[in-house]
Design a protein. Sequence first.
Length: 69
Amino acid sequence: MTQLVTFAKEVDEDKVTPGVLGFIVFAVMALAVWGLMKSMNRHMSKVDFKEAPDSKAESGVSGDAAAKG
């Protein structure tokens, strides 16, 4: 235990580093974001973006003309 105390005195008190725990937290967060993006891409590929044609737009009647008349 005394060896750790001497090591702690050698560390510069003005310098703060994240250490191994910071790296592990960052790596876990990066893997989580990667997994979420992969899942999002899988779900977005299932979505059908084709819209049904509007019957008023096909007949050439605009919304204003149809409302007036």
